[in-house]
Design a protein around this ligand. Structure first.
Ligand code: RIB
Ligand code: CA
Length: 330
């Protein structure tokens, strides 16, 4: 089977690490570059995390450091004060706990990121591509938003942009805004409406496919190779940190970015997908960063955005197990 090309754009923390591992273990796509962005951690950390993970998996894929701040949201002082924010850090006995650890617990690497900025890389690669290229974006959409602002014509060179972002009827960073869209609403609005085909996996779509609890973690651990141990550790530590931040009731969590990758690797994971007009609130008010989908059905919709409403849970879990089993040390 011919492998489609994809660029992976990420603020790599725990669920991004699960997603990138699955993507690199699969033979469906050829990952031609990784672009790092701010989000779960500062861009220096996410770049280092990407480098460590490709080294750990013994892959020779260039990593590009991207934007360290959103396109414009940081210029509006007091913008955060208008919303109700989730607790994303807590100090416990002098130690700062965050949802995503600063640096992935992987061996240090001598690999370094490329000289070219991630946004220049996106413009250059897409403009010079002989075939259309896919993008899988699982962090704030700043790199793509900037690249599309520098060169709107690159949209024509994109096959599909697979995105983890937004919430259909809820948020996680605020009551109504999901973290990736909240962290750069203007970029999200630009990307969703750039003219390229988008497959958007929002909070609810991801949660229908990729919730992980103790039972699922045991199945991953039983595979017993170095990658399954890393993934088991990432998921269980992620849940442990959320327990500290949110309370003892947390006993499972979603590997959001893995869900976006699973739907890209195998479309048959998708049980329900709707074609809807999609926008992002950039008003700076209480709904800042919220995904707005038009479901009124007044007219026949011709949107470039397909939104995943539901995935097949068993098959999404099984896909990760199969990919981890397929890992063979080089
Ligand atoms: O809201 C979930 C998203 O925010 C995921 O991409 C996670 O990695 C964080 O970036
Ligand atoms: Ca992410």
């Amino acid at each position: 089977m011919e492998r489609k090309k994809v660029i992976f754009d990420t603020d790599i923390g725990s669920d991004d690490a699960v997603a990138l591992t699955a993507l690199l273990l699969s033979d469906r796509f050829e990952v031609i570059g990784i672009t790092a962005t701010h989000g779960n951690q500062p861009v220096c950390n996410t770049t280092e995390n990407a480098l460590r993970l490709v080294s750990f998996l013994n892959k020779d894929i260039p990593v590009y450091k991207g934007c360290g701040q959103p396109m414009v949201r940081h210029l509006f002082k007091g913008r955060n004060a208008n919303t109700i924010q989730e607790t994303i850090r807590k100090e416990v006995d002098g130690e700062v706990i965050m949802i995503h650890e600063p640096i992935l617990p992987l061996p240090e690497t001598t690999r370094t990121f490329e000289d070219m900025h991630a946004c220049s890389y996106l413009v250059d690669t897409l403009r010079n591509a002989k075939e259309t290229i896919n993008i899988c974006a699982v962090g704030p959409l700043t790199n793509l938003g900037v690249a599309l602002t520098m060169a709107p014509d690159i949209a024509e060179h994109i096959d599909t942009i697979y995105i983890m972002g937004g919430g259909l009827f809820k948020g996680n960073r605020t009551p109504i805004a999901e973290a990736n869209f909240y962290d750069d609403p203007e970029a999200a609005e630009i990307v969703l409406n750039c003219g390229a085909h988008v497959v958007l996996n929002p909070l609810e779509g991801c949660e229908s496919g990729a919730m992980y609890d103790a039972n699922e973690i045991i199945k991953i651990a039983a595979i017993d190779n170095k990658v399954s141990h890393f993934i088991r550790n990432e998921i269980s530590e992620f849940i442990a940190r959320e327990k500290i931040l949110f309370g003892d009731w947390v006993d499972s969590d979603c590997m959001y970015d893995y869900a976006a990758v699973a739907a890209m690797l195998d479309e048959s994971m998708i049980v329900e997908m709707r074609n809807e007009l999609a926008h992002v609130d950039c008003s700076g008010g209480m709904a800042d960063g919220a995904l707005i989908c038009d479901r009124r059905g007044f007219d026949e919709i011709h949107s470039k955005v397909d939104i995943i409403y539901r995935m097949d849970t068993d098959r999404t879990h099984q896909l990760l197990l199969d990919l981890l089993k397929s890992y063979a040390e080089a």
